[in-house]
Write a protein that binds this ligand. Sequence first.
Ligand code: SUG
Length: 452
Amino acid sequence: MSRTTLRELQLDGLVGPTHNYAGIAPGNTASDRHRGQASRPRDAALEGLAKMRLVHRLGVPQGVMPPHDRPSLATLRAWGFAGRDEEVLSRAASVDGGWLLRLAASASSMWVANAATVAPSTDTLDGRTHFVVANLAAAAHRSLEAPLTERILRCLFADTSHFLVHAALPGGPSLGDEGAANHTRLETDRGAVHVLGWGRSEDDKPSQRPARYPARQSREGSYAVARLLRLPDERVVFARQHPAGIDAGSFHTDVLAVGQGGFLLAHEYAFEDAPGLFERLAARLGPAFRARLVNEGELPVEVAVRTYPFNSQLLTLPSGKLGIVAPAECQAEPACKQLFDALVGEDGPVERVVYVDVRQSMQNGGGPACLRLRVPLTPEELGALAGRTLVNDALLDELEAWVKRHYREELRAADLADPALARESMAALDELTSILHLGPIYDFQGPAVAGG
Ligand code: SUG
């Protein structure tokens, strides 16, 4: 039987104009370390675009997703701050030490690995590509993302003969779901398997939970996501995250593990029982499946969380071999370099490693893999994408010029209450929807918002 060939779209989140270091992300050590520092939104957005250009030039389909509008005045009004925009901002800045304003101003929608979980049409029971928007219920600022993420995905993947976008799971943290950051699709000649990582469950004993940081993804949420994705049971494997990994700062599975095709690379603290997981996967995926377990002696988890080698993008290159797009922070770390060198060696599955500088995002705990959502598509589905979603050099040039026109070089905590920042951000995003041919997607663009 011939198999449909999928190409994996890398859909990157464009960094928004309010990128800042508020230190509001639970269990995220980088966000904590950089709390209160000045950020560089223009550099952050240009770094993201440079990564998109690099992946595009590697011959891999690359797309772009618009950022969310921040500060979200609608959210601040929903929290009871009334008046003109500038009054809403200054009132929010004056209570709770400005925390609510920081929540409403985060540019966290850039980490689109947390936007949704995706299952391709070749794997689902109804032959459509399914998306489950993540509820991100574990962190207040991220829980604000779901409604607009849903609207944007419905806009980009509007063709319902191919695509189905599900709303985020109801149920709050008990059904906490962080999207594709806890999801890995593997595939060999035996078919595809989806690995869904989770960190907490309602029936846990306290000793099973991480001691220091919260586990964001719930088992109950992961089960619900698998049901909604319409994946047959034999294509799904659930795996508990290692509590020691979460306590070391691995708030998502993709901080300590990454897989692609028939290959899975994982730190020993990624999953509670990594050898058992590898066995289960080998039984389903057959001899073509390869796994590489990296132990603590080879690469300490502290180094892995600081430099993010497992948060690299593992890409299937046009040659059919794998390429690694790794954060520049790995280059200076001998243990990471050694690991990559071994993967590229004679018998290794990897053809090449390229490094990208996404420092501004890394300082908030988001590496190359966090900045992209993987959407495996058939050629026909790729052709059904709406808007100017697929990038090419001309679009990237336009977006770079747009960033340079609109983004501030530097942003400090006090600037978040500046009404000029909110106005600049809205003007920039309004223009962006024209560049990307999206129509009105933001509330501030008026009542005729696409997709409800
Ligand atoms: O949810 N950081 C994000 C980083 C997400 C990384 N994504 C993946 N691992 N896939 C988070 O912790 C920082 C915002 C701040 O603290 O200002 C933040 O939300």
